[in-house]
Design a protein around this ligand. Structure first.
Ligand SMILES: [Zn+2]
Length: 217
């Protein structure tokens, strides 16, 4: 696989920019946008706290399976044995080539939504102290997941334009910081192979719409 092509593809899906011959990321993104928005609104109105991403992870698993990925659910091992790992791993194989990890996060925050949007969250859940808290995707993980599903769908559609393996990773408990550790503790790289490249992204409220900031390392 040409990693460069993948980066352009991911970039284009996210920014709606560059154009390939044949089926372009732009045409794929345009075609997929309505259904991805439906997924976005569904996820937004059903947020789940860190380490409790049961419904969300099932949705991700279903969508990855629909793109032809080999999917492993309930992946992850926390230090606290009472917590269940809801990580989802999807493998998309497409011949010889490097392995690229593409990552999203899944958890929401104990925040009350006051946007008044038709798909606003009204969710209430118990936090780790047993107290009822409002829950909201206030950090943008709903957008991350929708784009992640869009990337999987697009890569499945243009398999003639890349070679290698994509390791899709839906990470639980990003907000509390222990979800990534739980995936490593469960043997993410031992079980699924260590990727040659890892791509993750996070939305950023102070960055202009349509722009992407990139950092190495
Ligand atoms: Zn976040």
């Amino acid at each position: 696989m040409k990693i460069h092509s993948l980066l352009i593809l991911l970039w284009s899906i996210l920014s709606g920019g560059l154009v390939f011959a044949q089926q372009t990321p732009q045409t794929i993104a345009d075609a997929k946008l309505p259904s991805l928005l439906t997924i976005y609104k569904d996820i937004h109105s059903h947020p789940e706290l860190s380490c409790h991403e049961e419904r969300t992870s099932a949705l991700i698993a279903k969508e990855l399976r629909a793109t032809g990925c080999e999917v492993t659910e309930n992946f992850g091992k926390y230090d606290n044995p009472n917590l269940k790992g809801y990580g989802v791993i999807g493998i998309m194989k497409n011949g010889d080539g490097p392995t690229v990890l593409v990552r999203t996060d899944m958890d929401a925050l104990p925040v009350e939504e006051e946007t008044g949007l038709p798909y606003a969250s009204h969710a209430v859940a118990k936090n780790d102290d047993g107290k009822d808290v409002h829950v909201m995707h206030a950090c943008g993980h709903d957008a991350h997941m929708s784009a992640f599903i869009g990337v999987a769908r697009a890569l499945a559609k243009v398999k003639d334009q890349w070679h290698g393996t994509i390791l899709f990773v839906a990470q639980p408990a990003e907000e509390t910081g222990n979800g990534a550790r739980a995936l490593l503790n469960a043997g993410l790289y031992e079980q699924f192979g260590k990727p040659d490249f890892a791509l993750g992204f996070h939305d950023k409220a102070d960055m202009q719409t349509g722009h992407i900031g990139v950092t190495e390392g």
